[in-house]
Design a binder for this molecule. Sequence first.
Ligand code: ADP
Ligand code: ASP
Ligand code: MG
Length: 812
Amino acid sequence: MIVSKFGGSSVGSAKNIKKVIQIISEKQEKTTIVVSALAGITNLLLKAADLAVFSDKGYISVLNEIQEIHNHTIAELLNEQYQKSCKDFVEEQMNSLKDTLNGVFLLNDLPNKSADKIVSTGEILSSYIIYKAIKDKGLDIVLKDSRELIKTNSELDNTEVNYMESYKNINSFFTKNKKKNVILPGFIASDEKGLTSTLGRGGSDFTAAIIANAIDADLLEIWTDVSGMYTANPKLVKQAKPIKQISYQEAMELSHFGAKVIYPPTIQPVLDKEIPIKNTMAPNEIGTSISTNKNGSRTTVKGISHIDDIALLTLEGNGMIGVPGISKRLFEALSLKKINIKFITQASSEHSICIAIDKNETDVAKDTVDKQFEFEIIQHKVNPLIVEKDLAIIALVGDNMKSHQGISGKMFSALGDNNVNIRAIAQGSSEKNISAVIAKKDVKKALNTLHATFFEDHIKLINLFIVGIGNVGGKLLEQIKQQGEFLLNSQHLIIRVVAISNSKKMLFDAEGIDLSKWNSELSSKGERSDLDLFYNKIIELNLRNSVFVDNTASDRVPNYYADYLKQSISVVACNKIACSSAYNNYKNLKYLSKKYNTSYLFETNVGAGLPIINTLNNLVASGDQITEIQAVLSGSLNFVFNNFNSETSFYDVVKQAGEEGYTEPDPRIDLSGVDVMRKILILMRESGKEMELEEITNDSFLPETSLKAKSIDEFMSTLKQEVAHFDDLRNEAEKRNCRLKYVAEYKNGKAKVGLQYITNDHPFYNLAGKDNIVLFYTNRYKDQPLIIKGAGAGADVTASGIFGDIIRTGNK
Ligand code: ADP
Ligand code: ASP
Ligand code: MG
């Protein structure tokens, strides 16, 4: 004999009910079918009752909705000839329900018995309709009302089952029953007076277990809409996987913390039986088997679950220390009001006790606890109860966690890295669970972070939000697309571009923008770009391992860096404005990145993709001191002076450099030397020197007219006019047998930038194209400097430097 329970999700529609019938019809053994109400109906019934008790006529339209759902299912499920009688049955039940609710409406009172009667309608209707449908298919079946079999004790709690009486009734029915299949409504029972009672939310599991135990069934199957108990709620964590085998205790912990796929206390009666949890929509999948065997698996963390809508109550006060009986009184007061405590922590000083309860019970709890401690509150020994809402509990569960160190450390650092603030922590004394109270808005991120940490083979997902998708940004997207597979295989890294924005439009896709058509998607689906909105959307998405990338030269975008860092969102920028702005601002950003344990990386601020800043950081971190820097740091100026010869005009070379993407959008920034000043400033700051841009000496090679130009166009035309000035510079260099290089120097605490005549014995002499070179003289590299040389401008190398920084955010 088999007992098969089908939950509301399995009988939510005619299509699903047909799957149930298919499963039943394939069974050889005698089968008892326990069904829940159609999906969502119990909640609608409770909603109707709630409206009625507060004299809200809205309950009538809820009733109509309920009737409509059932009639629609009947129409799709049954042959025409059976439909009428079935719809009549629904009508009859709905009328009786309407009468009860009308009474509730008039009296403004909802006694337990009426509530039970109202909510039982769901299972009464579902069992009848499904019974008709199975019979319609020609199967041998009888419908039995569970209220005639399962008895509860009304003196005590509603869910207190009178097992002796119930087992007697069940056995006597099944001994006489000759049908192959029996169908019963789950969840409902009756008390000794014969009045309808219920077994608590999710109680159909309980009905099935009671029957399975009474008749000593060979198997109790729980059919639902997922393929078993998962490592986390599959509706929130895409990567969650079904757990093949789970101990009863683990299942109990997981379900206590919200994995409602099964409610294990209800299956306690049948613990020694095999209990598979299977998916009605995919009957051939293995599912989960619950057993008493604790040593079945060596995995430490078995699953992660959560409960939404939690409130945290804190009782604290100086008068609590060492006073016996405070917690007893607290818990007694709550228990008298039947408030279920989901979580407890107590500071060892006994100065405060923290408990979590369902948020709907907060008002009652606050009231009862403040009354209980009224005297102490007046005397200022205890403070009025502190209530915090909009919270949730997340929990790691596993029998084997206790024998492994470091699990909670790993849990909390993963959450911390993603800016999930933890309000309270509790570790069950059995060490089968570690749970934490967090903000409700962080649940999805926390579950996914923990799932990735404990279950996903250490694959790391980085979520990117990119501002600036021109030359450099475009190349970056191309490189990310190209390297996707390699990064996954070699570094276990997935880089997902969630948002892109240029100055006109922005596009978000939480699942990741398709990089093969980002351009067309941006123009067809993008919305007007707005930096505030961009920030707000990122916060709202609240994704783990988020990285903000600034590929612009804008002076507005860096204003947001601090806000991002404060949310533990890493910042990667090729924009050098922030690092070369006021020292305090630079320092503050570095400080925030430390404080929020997040990355602020800007390798491409100096020398594009060359590892200059990283090398400098390593030197400093290992105790070296930078004494002098000599560098050619402008790829643009180098390109300009290397290509400036007797055949070309200075104007033409500058124009060409702009067209090939070697200069800043505004060439004045390069030619005035400001760009190089910024770069040497950043190197000095990274070497540990507190310095401002104004302290750097700049000997400009530009003529007065160019320096005064008010626009880019005006500036370019001065370059044309001043042919003689630039030719003089070149002729002088040729005369001296030198080459022109724009050099940045830092020595004896002072810095300067300017054009220099470089002789042919100098390392800068042969610097070709747009190359950069940096010579670091340090305590360790005294006589021979540490030299870094290579392409220092260009979209491709800059993008690859940014890409490197993005990967580094993932390795912190
Ligand atoms: P039924 O209607 O069959 O009783 P429930 O809705 O009560 O089904 O429970 C199944 C649901 O439990 C799933 O659809 C899923 O959203 C949720 N759930 C939460 N945590 C888990 C988990 N760890 N594994 C599987 N399902 C989970
Ligand atoms: N229909 C009831 C509920 O939603 C019982 C169950 O589904 O198990 O709680
Ligand atoms: Mg359920």
